[in-house]
Design a protein around this ligand. Structure first.
Ligand code: ZN
Length: 290
């Protein structure tokens, strides 16, 4: 098959994303629900996972770009998807826990361990360089797609937001804030839930480069192509050793602690208000529970 026929065949398997090969040795995965601001359904998360696997296993790919169609990168998790439980029938799970339909704490734990912690952590460990290409708003669950990437390139119109506190929840499921923002700023952003700009994210070290929105795709692709010329085995080892440095400093332990505290918050709200988010806080912000 030619490359374009192969790309076409790959795309027909996906409903919510595109799989492209825009340059030699570069794969690009595009979340493609712009009419929903790329809200992440369970189907989308599993399709992303399949696409990451495809790129990881393809000997012709060295670098993976993650991009988004439309003006915004992602509004977060799609909590309105009525068919979301069907994803557990349609896709192989990445974890070995079961019981997604179980009521109460256990079912919620299993689902979020699989969909949010399990997938994001798996993507973080894909053994090839990954680059997130971010424009517009990247809010809430959107962060759990870009943080696992090795590099983040932001358009100058990009903005970011962590909204857990607006649900009466300590932090999101994939707890990476201290590593992305530094501890002082992590606390400020968790406490306030304030939106922060691409320029601020760059200053904090969360973003590698900020480029004019019109140049975002070209810049990211040329960076990917430049990295893809290097020896793949050396790239894999460079990634793993930097990831190991973070893990030796406690990243993995605090990731799991953050996930546990996220669920302690859910349990607190359930016990006190009969729902996973705090309705008195939700009312102030007009949000649905997540
Ligand atoms: Zn949750």
């Amino acid at each position: 098959m030619t490359d374009s026929v192969k790309a076409e065949a790959a795309n027909t398997e996906f409903e919510t994303i595109l799989y492209q090969t825009p340059a030699p040795r570069v794969a690009r995965i595009v979340v493609n629900k712009p009419e929903k601001r790329n809200a992440q359904s369970y189907r989308m998360l599993y399709e992303l996972n399949q696409a990451f696997d495809r790129a990881a296993q393809d000997k012709g790919v060295s670098v993976i770009v993650v991009a988004a169609a439309g003006p915004d990168f992602s509004s977060g998790h799609d909590l309105r998807d009525p068919d979301r439980m069907k994803a557990f029938e349609d896709f192989d799970t990445v974890g070995t826990w079961a019981g997604f339909e179980d009521p109460g704490v256990e079912g919620r734990w299993v689902i979020e361990k699989e969909m949010y912690l399990g997938l994001s952590e798996r993507w973080r460990n894909i053994p090839k360089p990954t680059i997130a290409q971010v424009q517009g708003r990247c809010f809430a669950g959107g962060m759990q797609l870009i943080w696992p990437c090795d590099l983040i390139i932001a358009a100058d119109d990009a903005s970011f937001r962590i909204n857990a506190m607006e649900l009466g929840v300590a932090c999101a499921e994939f707890f990476h804030e201290p590593w992305e923002l530094g501890t002082r700023k992590a606390k400020e952003i968790l406490f306030t839930g304030d939106v922060f700009s691409a320029q601020e994210a760059h200053r904090l070290g969360m973003v590698n480069q900020v480029v004019p929105a019109a140049d975002l795709e070209t810049y990211t692709l040329s960076l990917a192509a430049r990295i893809a010329e290097k020896q793949l085995f050396a790239l894999r080892l460079a990634k793993e050793v930097v990831n190991a440095a973070e893990d030796r400093q406690g990243r993995r332990d605090t990731l799991l602690l953050g996930f546990a505290y996220h669920h302690l918050s859910h349990a607190y709200n359930q016990e006190n208000f009969g729902m996973a988010a705090d309705p008195t806080i939700l009312k102030k912000y007009g949000k649905r529970p997540g």
